[in-house]
Design a protein around this ligand. Sequence first.
Ligand code: COA
Length: 376
Amino acid sequence: MDYTGIPVISATGLFTPEDSITNEELVASFNAYVERFNSENAEAIAAGDIEPLQPSSVEFIEKASGIKARHVMAKEPVLDPAIMAPRWPERPDEQLSILAEIGVKACRQALERAGRDVADVDAVLCAASNMQRPYPAMAVEIQDALGIDGFGFDMNVACSSATFGIQTAADYIRAGNARSVLVVSPEITSGHLNWRDRDSHFIFGDVATAVLVEDKAIAPEQHWEILGTKLKTVFSNNIRNNFGFLNRAHPESADAPDKLFVQEGRKVFKEVVPMVATMICEEADKLGIDPQTLRRLWLHQANAGMNRLIAQRVLGHEASDDESPTVLDTYGNTSSAGSIIAFDLHNADLAPGDTGLICSFGAGYSAGTVFVRKVG
Ligand code: COA
């Protein structure tokens, strides 16, 4: 078999849950919860023992984040002011896990688009923020469901998981250890979001993406050559989730808000924008790419303002929607899947020879860049 050792993206796949929640629906539910809480605790509030909860607002959400709606796996319980969390029946071990199920759907689409027989796939990396369980690895379950003979493992670098997965897959190709690797990012973020927290209840949405990274020798005629990848992590507590099995050691705080997603959004904004913009420009320079010639940026989808600033610093001018497409408005923040959704939905119109950048960033802090050029 021929190897070139040149990694390419052969195809991507996207699974989008049918249900979607608009800001109006979300805020109506949140505010009903706030009213109920404040009236149930009226005495304690009047006595000054507890603070009344403040209502959320559609205008704030859209202005601060750019998010207008988000897809979810279970709309009704999330919007029920008495529940405000996803709910579905627990599945027996013999049945495919829900996280694996949506990952498999995204993988099947990527395989189909590439015309790839599963017999030729060597590995599955499940790269995501929100794993359903510690083991057996989600990747191994997805590998089994797809009928792939090879290996799989999970990796979690929060919102940067997909780009870290792409570099890992690309390194397997470069080293000749694999010729075809699926990087799958199933994100059921609705499970880790605190839907009762006014500061963050609007942020996340559910989705699954898949990226088929292959040796150029077997890639379909049309593909994206991976020109270079770069990863970076810098420890920060500004985005954190303390959920884990050691929480059993502290039963008194098992339900504390820090066992779900919490962040210092302002600090994240301020610290991550310069870190990512500098990283992109330095890496472009090393690859001999003038960042201002990048045809399109498929950026992590966390906040429209952050993307505007990063794109401006990289391109040297205010980016148009065409140069830096957003999916945040309809998908919300989908953690590691965001930049891949943007790439999946907005790459077909580019011409052979066009160069672009897939870039993600988030908790850790972590950031990953993947420079790609269209071929065919
Ligand atoms: N509805 C109405 N008002 C709200 C609100 C809501 N849902 N949530 C917060 N507010 C209020 C605050 O109470 C605050 O009021 P104050 O000025 O009287 O104190 C005001 O709005 C501003 O809040 P702040 O949290 O500072 O907003 P922001 O402009 O920083 O926007 C984020 C918040 C989270 C959208 C923004 O900081 C962000 O996206 N940061 C980057 C986050 C990120 O990328 N995270 C990665 C996750 S993986």
